[in-house]
Design a protein around this ligand. Sequence first.
Ligand SMILES: Nc1ncnc2c1ncn2[C@@H]1O[C@H](COP(=O)(O)OP(=O)(O)OP(=O)(O)O)[C@@H](O)[C@H]1O
Ligand SMILES: [Mg+2]
Length: 261
Amino acid sequence: MLEIRDVTISYHGMPTVTDFSLSLEQGQIFSLVGESGSGKTTVIRAVLGLLAGGGKVTKGDILFEGNSLLGNTSEQWRALRGRDISMIFQDSGAMMNPTKRIGSVFVEYIRTHEKNISKKEAWNKGIMMLERMRLANGDNIMRSYPFQLSGGMRQRVGIALAMTYQPKLLLADEPTSALDVTTQAQIVRQMMELRDEYGTSIIMVTHNLGVAAYMSDYIVVMKDGKIEDEGNRDVMIMEPDNSYTKSLLAAVPSLGGVRYV
Ligand SMILES: Nc1ncnc2c1ncn2[C@@H]1O[C@H](COP(=O)(O)OP(=O)(O)OP(=O)(O)O)[C@@H](O)[C@H]1O
Ligand SMILES: [Mg+2]
């Protein structure tokens, strides 16, 4: 469903990510792991046509359901983003406008995608999505400002928004790294349920190989803008032969005496 073919991405003419390829099928969960600055965010932003700072795909192609995304018009992007392809940002709380209640963000979002829906219907749809993310008392949350919610709640609101239209592809940029371990685990499980329920394909960006091992089918390790190692989860975790992957594995912390992998 998504094919990244031998892509090079440059900022101001300087290649940052080089010769990157990846092929994702429906219902698969991939993790993109690697140290800070290795190019993980750059890759998923390129998929959604949202490269910051003058970033451009300068070589290769990105295909979604067989169609190249690189030549998309802004009209085509509008139809795709938030619909077929959604993104969860690292800290949904920070991405939210602090002066807007959750409900007005939701209603506005839904009404940009469904022109004929009333405010009331959009409100109810928002509550339904919040409840699906196990946020009880959705009405109350809709009336809250972001700062009134905990980090875990805000992140769930972000995921609920991203999931409103049951995207075929969900791009998640470190969606749990700002959260405590228990909340992380809950959110990771909820994302896996989305895959099970809707067949959503997911690319999960994380620096935590433990999270990658827990939730993904396939792991891609990046280093300095290149794919350093990749493979099916079990092989990568149980029998890694790349020394960099081994060093990442050795760095996975143990939780309560039990290693997370
Ligand atoms: N807006 C930008 N303008 C110029 N260069 C950028 C920009 N964003 C990223 N880069 C370049 O791309 C490299 C990779 O950045 P990227 O954000 O993709 O890394 P990352 O793997 O997501 O790191 P992190 O784990 O810290 O989020 C950076 O080291 C930087 O050189
Ligand atoms: Mg990043």
